[in-house]
Design a protein around this ligand. Structure first.
Ligand code: GTP
Ligand code: MG
Length: 224
């Protein structure tokens, strides 16, 4: 049924989202470096993998197996068996990885339970300083459109992360890509760094829930 929930395993975030990541759409996590975007993705992927579902994980940041191991706590082999990891090295490779992940999800031979794109905008950001900005925008737009179609067609949750820039006029941190990225996401969560390991998740866009927030804490093995 559209709107089913897939818990991330991070209690406060699942509560904020009314049970977890919604199927049939994209959830965007944005926030400054170290705010916990990758940790939430790793946690959700681990949870799905331990439930014997396949996860297509597109990682542009070179996430180490150490981090997954800390979260998987003794079950890393089982997790690695179910996580199909792609590590693109350019925006063009990222686009191919998105297509491959979508094809795998549609194909249905492996029961894919989640697609992760972390980060959607690392390579896109590099196009902003040159004359390939339009190409970057088009590539990212096509990727997000393919992910939306797959989320709906295969009844899947898809989560992508986004980096931020400081709007000099307002002083606020804003997600990259502007309105076309924000329109692609059905749900948007901003992650804020508080003091120490404390983090705040703020629900910025949701089709049925109002703006609200929740706090969580980063520990040695992940999140609590
Ligand atoms: P960017 O990808 O840089 O935008 O950050 P992010 O929002 O993805 O943050 P991430 O989830 O990587 O990090 C959240 C917190 O996890 C950091 O503040 C660190 O405390 C911790 N962390 C980051 N890297 C590591 C790591 O390699 N090992 C462990 N144990 N903790 C890490
Ligand atoms: Mg990250």
């Amino acid at each position: 049924m559209p709107g089913d929930r897939c818990p991330t395993g991070v209690g406060p975030i699942d509560q904020l989202l009314g049970g977890g990541l919604e199927t049939d759409g994209l959830t965007e996590l944005y926030g400054e470096g170290g705010s916990g975007k990758t940790l939430v993705c790793l946690q959700a992927a681990t949870r799905l993998a331990l439930a014997d579902r396949w996860v297509c994980y597109i990682d542009t940041e070179g996430v180490s197996v150490d981090r997954l191991e800390a979260i998987a706590q003794g079950h890393i082999e089982q997790v690695l068996k179910r996580v199909l990891l792609a590590t693109p090295k350019s925006l063009a490779e990222q686009t191919k990885a998105v297509s491959t992940a979508c094809a795998l999800a549609r194909d249905g031979r492996r029961p894919v339970g989640l697609v992760v794109l972390d980060s959607a905008t690392f390579y896109y950001r590099l196009t902003l300083s040159g004359d390939s900005e339009d190409d970057g925008r088009q590539a990212l737009g096509r990727e997000l459109a393919e992910l939306v179609a797959t989320a709906i067609g295969s009844h899947l949750p898809v989560v992508f992360t986004n980096q931020v820039w400081r709007n000099q006029r307002t002083g606020e941190l804003e997600p990259l890509g502007g309105s076309f990225v924000n329109h692609a996401a059905k749900t948007i969560v901003r992650l804020d760094k508080l003091t120490g390991g404390r983090r705040r998740a703020v629900l910025m866009k949701h089709r049925s829930l109002g703006e609200s927030s929740a706090e969580f804490r980063i520990t040695g093995s992940g999140l609590e």
